[in-house]
Design a binder for this molecule. Structure first.
Ligand code: FE
Length: 347
């Protein structure tokens, strides 16, 4: 059995890329490894994983793919899965993995100290590492902040032909709509999607950064985007990105009611983690002051650890009220969100 297991590990290691130097992570006895399946697509993570290896001697093996691909992989691998940790950029997908029995419960003093309960699964199956707000970016030249109020307000005819937002296949949009379903019901959610579609500046295309660029080039006036992309663009090596981001200002919607929609990037220990202790150490490390400062300063995400401040750039946008919805609801209403998007013609 032991032999069989290590064979599985060696095969799986072929598809992994080792971060942080050291041995190959193929799992000969005595090796200290943690195998991470991640949907995070941000460069500073590599640096962070290398630092973890330096501090602990635990090799980090990374498989990068979309959350759905990683969840399918976990399911197919079953008990033989080499994965110890699943990291997503969306609470909804962590909920899905939890519901599919792919995760295990976890509770440590260090984690509860470092991560406030509002960013964790109430049952302990997943832990938020950072949070991000999905905000309104608006043209400084063509929009006055006073005309903005809420996500719902963007369905007003004054915004006809002016709104830029990416495809409905994107998780960030699916979770935003799931939050509207959870708080206002399906009918209101359907009205919202139809109203936004009626106000599209163009058919959805590109990523969040592309929506900001389209404001700068005058294709539209309002975009719905995640906060960290604005931070990354403003500090980008690419002068075009800086220029585009400088053309917009940030508005936090729904401050007078439920608060601005937030989502987390979070981590969980997989149900059959072969290196469970290392997995826990890894997640605890990602919630540490040192790692949280990297998420904040290098990737412009809001750190969950209250001991770590947000980047000065983000602090400059001011404090804001976040929607306090149980983040599991983003997963619970995901299928409804996908259906409502389809019915509204939001591709
Ligand atoms: Fe992202």
């Amino acid at each position: 059995m032991k032999q069989l297991y290590w064979l599985g590990m060696a095969a799986a290691a072929l598809m992994m890329t080792a971060c942080g130097g050291g041995n190959s992570g193929e799992g000969t006895a005595g090796d200290q490894v943690v195998n991470v399946y991640t949907h995070r697509h941000y460069d500073p993570d590599k640096e962070l994983f290398a630092r973890f290896t330096e501090e602990t001697g635990i090799q980090v093996n990374v498989v990068s793919a979309s959350a759905d691909e990683l969840i399918n992989k976990l399911q197919q691998e079953g008990e033989q899965s080499p994965a110890d940790v699943l990291i997503t950029v969306d609470a909804g997908r962590l909920y899905k993995a939890k519901e599919m029995g792919l995760l295990q419960k976890l509770s440590t003093d260090t984690l509860s100290q470092r991560i406030p309960s509002k960013f964790t699964d109430p049952d302990g199956y997943w832990y938020g590492l950072t949070y991000r707000a999905r905000v309104i970016a608006y043209s400084k030249d063509r929009v006055v902040a006073d005309s903005l109020k809420s996500y719902e307000g963007l369905t007003d005819p004054q915004w006809q032909g002016r709104i830029l937002i990416r495809s409905s296949s994107n998780l960030y949009n699916q979770s935003l709509l799931a939050s509207i379903i959870a708080t206002q019901g399906e009918e209101a959610a359907a009205q919202w999607t139809s109203g936004i579609v009626a106000n599209f500046a163009r058919l959805p295309k590109g990523n969040d950064r592309d929506q900001v660029k389209a404001i700068a080039s005058g294709e539209g006036d309002i975009a719905i985007v995640n906060t960290y992309y604005i931070g990354k663009m403003l500090t980008s090596d690419n002068p075009e990105e800086v220029k585009a981001a400088e053309a917009v200002a940030i508005f936090f919607p729904n401050q007078a009611d439920r608060g601005t929609h937030i989502n987390i990037s979070g981590a969980a220990v997989t149900a059959h983690a072969p290196n469970k202790d290392n997995a826990i150490r890894f997640i605890e490390y990602l919630a540490s002051k040192e790692a949280q400062a990297v998420f904040a300063e290098a990737n412009y995400e809001y750190p969950v650890n209250p001991a770590v401040p947000a980047a000065a750039l983000l602090q400059g946008w001011g404090e804001f009220k976040t929607d306090s919805l149980d983040l599991n609801m983003l997963g619970k209403y995901n299928a409804d969100a996908v259906r409502i998007f389809d019915e509204s013609g939001w591709k």
